[in-house]
Design a protein around this ligand. Sequence first.
Ligand code: FAD
Length: 631
Amino acid sequence: TTRIERHHYDVVVIGAGGAGLRAAIEARLAGKKTAIISKSLFGKAHTVMAEGGAAAAMGNVNSRDNWQVHFRDTMRGGKFLNNFRMAELHAKESPQRIWELETYGALFDRTKDGKISQRNFGGHEYPRLAHVGDRTGLELIRTLQQKIVSLQQEDKRDLGDYEARIKVFSETTITELLLDGDRVAGAFGYYRESGEFILFEAPAVVLATGGVGRSYKVTSNSWEYTGDGHALALRAGATLINMEFLQFHPTGMVWPPSVKGILVTESVRGDGGVLKNSDGKRFMFDYVPDVFRKQYAETEEEADRWYTDPDNNRRPPELLPRDEVARAINSEVKAGRGTPAGGVYLDIASRRSAEEIRRRLPSMYHQFKELADVDITAEPMEVGPTCHYVMGGVEVDPDSGAAFGTVQGLFAAGEVSGGMHGSNRLGGNSLSDLLVFGKRAGGHAASYTDQLASRPKVPVGAVEDALEAALAPLQRDTGENPYHLQQDLQAVMGDLVGIIRRESELVDALTRLAELRERVAKVSAAGGRRYNPGWHLALDLRNMLVVSECTAKAALERQESRGGHTREDFPTMDPGWRRVNLVCALDGDAVRLEHKPLPKMRAELIGLFDRTELAKYLTDEELADFDARAE
Ligand code: FAD
């Protein structure tokens, strides 16, 4: 028989990005024995890569900012499809979560009078992103890790063991959640290096596994982001929402080919960078949609004045929400006004001094110097859209992060959860999302374990099944190579379920995904269990596949364009569709899609918008309801 290492915990947190670490801290503070599991090295998660900053309405740079304005911006960014309660909690609690980080030792950049400095970002009305140069995520992770170490030191002092109540399992991948009936009973996985198996028995699991970008050819995401948490949740009986909404960040590197997709932070535009086509034209002025026209400048002069006098001028159109900018770049390139490498120009060199660029954007300066041999203080960058973030994710209770569906004891926070960002996330709203909902999920997972009358038990059969599934690719002599399968999957998603979608291609995508499903079921990995990336990918593939099926199915179903979902054959927003969440669940192996009405916004929240704005998003029936309530 195969050896399986066993551990017992109260709360198991899968993922060691910002959401996972913040959840683990909260569970441990509630006295729970907590495990943190990460597929890659501890400290290496997307959170570390976050450059721009964390959005929180602290009002440090413009005192007019407050949670109501942040709430409004978030709902507008998401095109009113956001779960309003999540957007409300996020806007209200983000400042506390940022200040709390300072008590853990974070050091954000300062204003002249010593407050946490805040920078401008797309879709945010006021300067709102707390930041550390362009390395904010690194500071966030560093601080959360430091807090964990300090808690471990307390445990050493009180209990004699650093790892008595919080332990990190790095380079450990979870392949299956284990259930006792409908209740979470544990998680099963393997150590990446040794290939040895590991079983966690625990009544509560927090998913904090991040995104799905690796299913796309051009992506800013790194190798771990194969939608594992999304798929684990589905297989455990939870549901996913908003899976048709993917954020294509407008500015990824396009050259050289080896680095295609790597992110160019939005801070470049926030700090004054502008987008130009091959004719040298600043084209974003041609792409301001009606819903945003009032807030954006109409001339270059006004746009440029905004940087120094934001109260009396409107913002530059380069700072429209990401979906708008990505589509605009796509159109310019399609119209033959792209750069040699198939992007557009992003120019900061002619707008800021070399010294300023190096000080405010040090990582970008080095990234271009080292990867592309481009000096961004002297030349423009070449950029184009890259798959960046998934708005869709586990459908959760907004207050607790508890997963919907049939499963109990499962929680989700961060990018793996859905609802908060609606159809499009504003930059900077993810880092604050991680902190707000990571804390909530960790706390609620802890209290869930308190109210259990009996502990769930891991059924022997469930472990045997998980083991068999994990070993299967190694035991097939014939079968396809996982790398070929991944390439084919990435091609289907990139070419047919990408930034601009149409019915015929989505139908085609579903046929091809069905074929891929057969092929993935027979994937074979050469070699043994000891450090074997081919085997790991073979196991990831089934996750990537089911998540991609959800995305393609939902993209075909939603007959409108909104946020991170653009249908060439249904080019406008349809108020009828705004009221609908598409919910994915599994029936056996098959993805099932259901329509579910969005919860109705509370009166005091909808009252934050004026009627003319609401009229752009709501149905006549909803507007009549709004008018009746206002009377
Ligand atoms: P992550 O930080 O992605 O961490 C996921 C964790 O789960 C990792 O530890 C991973 O190893 C682990 N994991 C995954 N699968 C498994 C498994 N099967 N078993 C065990 N562990 C697993 N957002 C902003 O708000 N501001 C920014 O400036 C910003 N810049 C960004 C720049 C880049 C280049 C990228 C890629 C993203 C950026 N984002 C930004 C988005 C933001 O960083 C992410 O959405 C966010 O960090 C996600 O955090 P998370 O805690 O949900 O997951």
